[in-house]
Every structure is written in C-alpha cells, then in structure tokens.
Design a protein around this ligand. Structure first.
Ligand code: GLU
Length: 479
C-alpha cells in the first residue's frame, strides 16, 4: 500500500500555524514512508471562504519549504483539488445515500430548529436534531417537494450503542451514538457540508492516513458511519494534540499571534519555524532540538508523538531561530535573508510611495520608517499620555479596535479607514485626537507616515500584536 496523506485547509482566514503544524506531520509521514502528500482546499463554506486566504495559505506553506505531490496548483490524477469545483460529485454521492435509506430530506425551518435548541438547553439536553422529518411518509415528502419547500439532507445515525474507533495515538475510543447529531450532509443551496465532502474526497483521493487536529475526534463517528454507508475501506485516523498558549488554553489569536504571515513579517526563518512546530508534539530520543526538514523526515516516527498539550512559546521559538541564524547562515546568506525578508522591492515600494514627500535627505528614512522594520515596539505608558485623550479612553478604543480587526474582510487602507471612522463615531471623538494613541501604538510616535497606509503595509497581525502590547502597557496605568 502506498501511504497517501493530506492537508485540507479551509481558506477562511489568515494562514494558521496550526495548519502548518498538521501539514508538517502529514508531510513527514508521507515522505518517510515513500508515499504522497496531497493538498486539498475545503471551501464548501462559500460565505466564509475567499481566494486571498487560499493564496496566502499556499504561499505560507511554500515559504516554510513544504511541497505537495497533488494540489490545486500542481494538479494530479484525482482533481479538482478544490471542493467548490466538485459539487456534482457530492450530489451524486448524497443521492446514493438517499436511495439506500442512509439519509433523509429534512424540511424543518430554521425557526423550528431554533425553537428546538431553546427547549433543549434548559432541559440539559444535548442540542441536536430530533428526527422529526424521519417520520414523514413517502407521499408527504413528495408533496413537500412538489410545493418546492426548501430542504437539507441529513444522515441517519444509530439511536443507541457506541461508536468504537481506533486512533493511532490514543488507541480505542468510544463515543455514544446519542452524542452524534443527524448531521446535515447537503445544505439548502445544494452545497455539501464539511463532513460529507471530506469523507468523499478522502476516499476518492485514496487517502490512507487521516492525520489532523484533535478537535475533529468528535466528528469521526459521523465520518466512520459514512464510510460504512458507502461500503468503503476506512483510512487510519490519527488526531494530533492541539497547540496551546503558554497558559495552556487552546492557541488563539486573542492571546498569541497565530498567522504564519506574522511570523514571516517578524523575520522568523522558515526552517526555524518548521523545526519548532516539529518539536511541538514530538521529542527526539536523543533530545536534540535543532532539526532540518530532511532530518525530521528521516527520523519521523509516529511513536515519538506525545499527547501532552504542546505549548507554543514564542520565546523558545525565538531562541531556536537565533540558533538557526548564528549556526547555519554565512554572512552572505544572512544578508540575503535580510533582503528577502524586508529589503525587497515588494515591501519597499509602498513605503517609498509613502515617504518620498516626507524626507529631505535619504537618511531621514531611518528614523521615519524604523517601525516598518521592527517587531513589537518598546512603548511605555508615558508615551500614551495625551491632553485630549484620557488613557482610559485609549484603552477602551484599543480593545474595541482589536475586536473589530478580525471582522474586517479585506485588510487595506480603505477598509481600515472606514473602521476607524466608525469607532471614532462610537467614541464621539474627533478623528485627529482619536487616532493619536493609535499612532503611538502602531508606529511608536504620535506623528508618522499616514496611519491607515502604514497599517496596510504592516499587515493585520503585526498591528494586532502592537495594539495588544499597548493594551498590556496601559493595564496598570492611571486614567
Ligand atoms: N477543512 C478542515 C480544517 O480546516 C480539515 C479537517 C480534516 O483534516 O479533516 O481543519
């Protein structure tokens, strides 16, 4: 058997370090076994998926040095590798489940489902579908179809008993069927849900090992049931422990930067990043910590993966990065890396456009633009003292802006400008005054190159990190 693994990101946001972490393990396992590693885009959630995110994910994985044998960009015999282009395949498969009695049409309205949830919660019941449409007769279904009543298709689930499964790292796991919902497989718009598309594609793409994050364990019974309904051989399942913040909570961008773009912008080396992600769930028997991708492939062994919640600690990552810089790069290579990082045309051009009118001599550039070439800024509480804007207001405004950053679909100066105008109205302040503390937090100075342009260039994650730091700094400050 040829091992075939995959990474199946959903392009709904910034490229996440967790995606790289799972991709790395799939990559190492496939390469070590002489198998293939596939990249599939899971974009069935049309409202949240976007092509920019897809491109950023592919770019970030490539930046790290990972490559794939089949995927939307490189093609392959099992394409298309993008689920939004495979609608017909899913509809055919759902039709088969309907015909064979493993799935049913559900005509319940969203109002009814909301009522149901409302009743289930106080009664301490698990929220889930109650199976009402399972009781419809053939004649009733036909009438509803003739009346063009919208419907979804749900899978049938056993009413009692337990689902037994084997996880490569955890061994046997049992989950009661009463914990498993009658999952929607096909939505009203004819698009599949993740569960259906994922299983159908893993089968059609010949995936032998599903290596993914442990947040999917509770979905696995549905997936196993679908394999049984279709009569397909099941892949091996392996759920990796989730990355955690230093306080052991699930790694989240509220506490730690999670976007690979942030790490790239900060100047982490891809080899250090991959190396660190490898150390997250896997300790080498000899205790060595600095490993190249080729060494990780060579030494890869699923038996070395430990289940303890791995802590993603930026300090440790920085330490490892320092070792890679000092021990592996010649002066020339180091200079090349710096150029590639931020002294390149792509990064410099928008900065040039922004600064040309503001310098007399070229050396004015250094102090004016240092913040474009820095990570987090060394701001202090005193930097935020402002006659017109009390510290308490800045603190609240930073917190509100952080909340809104994520909702901003597109990170460009127009969108950023519109957001700040909206926040400024909310705080009933004058834009000029309102923006001053943001200038300090983001650029390190109350006067600088225009804020919205600068924020676009810096990117969402670095801006988020700087605002978060400003908030930390102001935590103990008097208003
Ligand atoms: N699209 C899912 C995700 O974004 C894939 C989960 C899986 O690997 O099955 O994580």
């Amino acid at each position: 058997m040829t091992v075939r693994t995959r990474i199946a990101p959903s392009p709904t946001g910034d490229p996440h370090v967790g995606t790289a972490y799972v991709a790395l393990f799939n990559y190492c396992f496939a390469r070590k076994s002489g198998g293939q590693f596939i990249l599939r885009i899971e974009d069935t959630d049309m409202a949240r998926s976007n092509p920019q995110s897809q491109e950023a994910i592919l770019n970030s994985l490539r930046w790290l040095g990972l490559d794939w044998d089949e995927g939307p960009d490189v093609g392959g015999p099992h394409g298309p590798y993008q689920q939004s282009l495979r609608g017909e395949i899913y509809r055919q498969h759902v039709a088969r489940l309907l015909e064979e009695g493993h799935a049913f049409r559900c005509f319940c309205t969203s109002e009814r489902l909301a009522e149901l949830r409302k009743a289930q919660q106080p009664a301490g019941l698990r929220p889930g579908y109650d199976g009402r449409c399972l009781g419809l007769s053939q004649a009733e279904v036909e009438q509803l179809l003739r009346d063009n009543v919208p419907y979804v298709i749900r899978m049938k689930v056993p009413e009692q008993g337990v689902c037994e499964m084997t996880d490569l790292l955890r061994g046997r796991i049992e989950i009661g069927w009463d914990m498993v919902d009658m999952q929607v497989l096909l939505k009203q718009d004819g698009m599949p849900t993740y569960h259906l598309a994922n299983v159908v594609d893993d089968h059609l793409m010949g995936i032998t090992h599903v290596i993914r994050g442990e947040e999917w364990i509770n979905s696995t019974p549905k997936h196993l049931l679908l394999y049984d309904y279709f009569g397909w051989e099941k892949p091996v399942f392996c759920h990796l422990p989730l990355l955690r913040n230093p306080d052991k909570s699930k790694l989240s961008k509220r506490k730690n930067p999670t976007s690979l773009v942030y790490y790239q912008r900060m100047g982490f080396l891809p080899e250090a990043m991959l190396n660190y992600l490898g150390l997250m769930a896997w300790s080498m028997p000899e205790g060595e910590e600095k490993l190249s991708l080729a060494e990780m492939v060579e030494k890869f062994d699923l038996a070395h993966i430990s289940l303890g919640g791995p802590v993603f600690d930026i300090k440790k990552l920085s330490w490892l990065n320092g070792r890679w810089v000092r021990e592996d790069l010649s002066d020339e290579q180091y200079a090349e890396r710096v150029q590639k990082w931020a002294l390149n045309r792509e990064y410099l051009m928008p900065i040039a456009a922004l600064t040309k009118q503001r310098v007399s001599i070229l050396s004015d550039l250094g102090p004016l633009t240092a913040f474009f070439f820095s990570g987090e800024l060394p701001v202090k509480a005193a930097d935020f003292e402002d006659k017109k804007v009390p510290v308490e207001v800045s603190r609240k405004a930073f917190a509100r802006a952080l909340e809104e950053f994520d909702a901003l679909g597109c990170w460009d100066k127009q969108a950023i400008g519109a957001l700040f105008k909206q926040l400024c109205d909310e705080f009933q302040s004058k834009l000029r005054d309102f923006l001053r503390p943001f200038y300090v937090a983001i650029t390190g100075s109350p006067t600088s190159t225009p804020l919205f342009d600068s924020m676009e260039i810096l990117g969402r994650d670095l801006c988020r990190a700087r605002l978060r730091r400003a908030l930390e700094v102001l935590k103990g400050a008097n208003s």
